[in-house]
Design a protein around this ligand. Structure first.
Ligand code: T1G
Length: 704
């Protein structure tokens, strides 16, 4: 596209209108910056122009700098748009619809006024990709809304709805947006003669807040210390806002620039940029070409009002979709509704959800009593008990009542999709839709393709996930699909290392220091040790060679099921969820190890970390070479959005590249010698090690 195509300039009624037209989101890509500067500069000497409007074509204002260009050599910018806008001798109005994010909002703040349609969102989300607002945002936002509110916005990276932006002082007026261009021109005319020009850089009143509360910066640093540990960007954001309150504008801009430069090429920013694009790449499925038009899904039902079904129903309600909720009896549905109501009430109590919004969401969940009540919906998600006989019975009933063309999704976490589909007359309409606990919080939705699942069904299920705010990721129909299968080896090594002498609290500390919010044993105590106990018993009954995990088995058999029984791996004081190291657990570990004749030994932190993560890296390579996941970056997306893997490390395979495939392969091969079969190195891992490739780039055979 030529510069003229990405930025247009025309004059209407004495107002110069600068329109950015760079689909899909008007990022500040090649030619956009130059086009804006050229238009603003030309308008200065154009007598027909009394005022200016900056507006976006298409779906949005400006979504920010072009993230694809970060970390790559960029030609030095002759003149920045922020300087051209701020230096204009004629007033400029930013007219915002869709998103004004990052450099988009920074351009708007370099204008003299900002108007927005109520549905617009503004924000400075740079911290989410490991950098900071580098276009004056850390200097102008505090001048508009005060340093405390500015820090909260910049350090959280959150999108602020236009009505809140109005209240804060970011935008000056909301307009109804039927004809935003027209309204912007009218607004521009109304302020065309106002002098002196209202430059944001000159607004210093709000900065005085920092004098009244000089401790705000340290307090902010303390408040993010745990969540932002091992990261730099959030702290640089605070330092930049602090500079806005202590330095003249131009010096503050220089400080912002140097703090930005520390971040752009740091590992944290590279990892977060990778995660950003991996989460978009995951939506692309080979063979699902653009011409596969998925059926439009307007109405939905969830079958099963338990923890999973309730969480799934909340996901629909949260995304604004009505959803019917069915279970075996009205009492069970009512219990499910009560649990949902309690969940929302907790959020209302915490202040993260308005009561009115809770009421709106509850109203979207309609309890129903019979299969006939859901027969006419476009899609039903089954979330009943995780037993094949129960699933088959349910799908046979669904097949008998659902209208032609309805899609039937199963939330099974590991059962064979084909076996479930086979009880219906329409296996092409059946697909796996594996949500992660808690379903209304975890963003990952694993969409599992059955042998007979139709492409249109796949496309519809992937889109449905995105529509309800999830990240849909394709998986092949294999035991544990892709996400859980890649994680099972981690869980096994975690259990076996304890037999060999590593302590639960030692392993938890290693993983929390690595960046997980909570250690795996503490998580196990939360979810309950009895959950996996049943699975292990079933597997042992089916396979006499199954190795099992005798220590957690012993804990469960002693009634130590985790938090819910006051003790599991850790001990819990009554009514308190804080895990306490328990010498009784150490005794049990030693007892079981002695019974199995296992000589216990000390473990280094590195061995613990590598035993857990390398086992999964090896398994991911096996999953990919079997074609049961499409890309390593898809599995990275799963680990980030399903297992709490620290986002600033990019994902399991992205992190593994920081160690290198060769070192990982050598270690896996050595553990294969020591521990046998389970450490059998993947052929793909070996191939990547030998060719010096990147693990994050691994792709399934069907990807060509
Ligand atoms: N740069 C490049 N491509 C982008 C982009 C961006 N900023 N934003 C989106 N895309 C692509 C995206 O990869 C996808 O591509 C398509 O647009 C649709 O995106 C100087 C330094 C705007 C809320 O962090 O949050 O400004 O997959 O699927 O769900 O201080 O995109 O179609 O090929 O996400 O409707 C700051 C990031 C940059 C905003 C729209 N800005 N983007 O969500 O669509 S740094 C951001 C988003 C900066 C300055 C600093 C979202 C969205 P493809 P999508 P969506």
């Amino acid at each position: 596209m030529t510069e003229a195509a990405v930025v247009r300039f025309d004059v209407e009624d004495g107002v110069g209108v600068v329109t950015i037209d760079y689909p899909p989101v008007n990022a500040l890509g090649p030619g956009v910056v130059e086009g804006i500067v050229e238009a603003i500069d030309a308008a200065q000497s154009n007598p027909a122009v009394k005022a200016l409007v900056l507006i976006g074509a298409g779906r949005s204002f400006i979504a920010g700098a072009d993230i694809r260009r970060f970390g790559k050599p960029r030609p030095p910018m002759a003149r920045r748009t922020y300087d051209a806008l701020d230096g204009s001798s004629k007033p400029i109005v930013a007219a915002i619809h869709g998103f004004a994010l990052g450099g988009g909002l920074e351009n708007a703040m370099a204008c003299h006024y900002r108007i927005a349609v109520p549905s617009a969102k503004v924000g400075l989300p740079e911290v989410l990709i490991g950098i900071l607002p580098g276009g004056g945002g850390t200097q102008r936002l505090p001048r508009l809304i005060g340093p405390k509110a500015a820090m909260e916005m910049i350090v959280s990276g959150r999108h602020v709805p236009a009505p809140e932006a109005l209240k804060l002082g970011i935008v000056d007026a909301l307009v109804d947006g039927k004809d935003l261009r027209k309204e912007a021109i009218a607004f521009a005319k109304s302020i065309a003669d106002k002098r002196p020009l209202r430059r944001v850089r000159d607004l210093t009143d709000r900065l005085a807040e920092a004098k009244a509360d000089p401790g705000m910066f340290e307090a902010m640093r303390k408040s993010i210390a745990r969540k932002a540990r091992n990261q730099k960007a959030p702290f640089n954001c605070i330092a930049a806002v602090e500079a806005a309150c202590s330095q003249p504008f131009d010096e503050g801009i220089a400080t912002e620039r140097s703090l930005f430069n520390e971040l752009e090429n740091a590992d944290e920013a590279k990892a977060l940029r990778y995660a950003f694009f991996a989460e978009r790449e995951v939506a692309r499925i080979p063979g699902l070409s653009k011409d596969v038009t998925p059926p439009v899904l307007k109405t939905a039902a969830v079958l099963g009002a338990g923890t999973m079904g309730g969480g799934i129903a909340m996901s629909f309600a949260d995304a604004g979709f009505p959803v019917k909720l069915l279970d075996a009896s009205a009492e069970i549905v009512e219990r499910g509704l009560a649990r949902i109501r309690d969940n929302y009430a907790t959020s209302v109590k915490r202040g993260s959800l308005a009561q009115a919004e809770m009421d709106r969401r509850m109203a979207r969940i309609e309890p129903v009593a019979t299969y006939e009540d859901i027969a006419e919906v476009d899609v039903v998600i089954e979330a009943v008990f995780e037993r094949m006989d129960v699933k088959k019975e349910v799908f046979a009933k669904l097949d008998a009542v659902m209208k032609p063309g309805a899609l039937m999704l199963t939330n099974t976490s590991a059962l064979d999709i084909d076996e479930i589909a086979a009880v219906t007359k329409r296996p092409e309409a059946v697909v796996g839709a594996h949500f992660f606990v808690p379903a209304n919080v975890m963003r990952l939705l694993e969409v599992v393709e059955g042998a007979k699942t139709a492409p249109a069904t796949m496309a519809a299920a992937m889109k449905l996930g995105r529509d309800i705010g999830k990240i849909s990721a394709w998986a092949g129909n294999t035991d544990g699909f892709a996400a859980n299968r890649s994680r099972i080896t981690f869980t096994q090594e975690q259990g076996w290392m304890v037999e060999e002498g590593a302590l639960p609290e030692q392993i938890d500390k290693v993983m929390v220091d690595f960046g997980y919010p909570v250690g795996p044993f503490a998580v196990n105590d939360m979810s309950g040790l009895d959950v996996s106990y049943q699975t292990r018993k079933r597997r042992a009954a089916a396979d006499p060679t199954y190795r099992g995990l005798p220590i957690p088995d012993r804990l469960v058999e002693m009634g130590r099921k985790g938090q819910k029984t006051g003790a599991g791996w850790y001990r819990y004081d009554k009514g308190d969820r804080t895990p306490h190291v328990d010498p009784e657990t150490h005794r049990i570990i030693k007892e079981v190890a002695a019974e199995r004749g296992i000589q216990q030994r000390a473990f280094t932190e590195q061995e613990i970390l590598h035993r857990l993560l390398f086992s999964s890296v090896n398994e991911v390579c096996k999953i990919i070479e079997e074609g049961k996941a499409l890309r390593a970056s898809d599995i990275d997306t799963m680990w980030l959005n399903g297992f709490g893997f620290p986002r600033y490390r990019g994902g399991l395979m992205f992190w593994a590249d920081s160690i290198g495939a060769r070192e990982i392969y050598n270690q896996v091969a050595a553990w294969h010698q020591r521990y046998g079969g389970r450490w059998q190195p993947s052929a793909l891992l070996r191939q990547i090690a030998e060719t010096g490739g990147q693990l994050r780039d691994a792709k399934a055979p069907q990807m060509g």
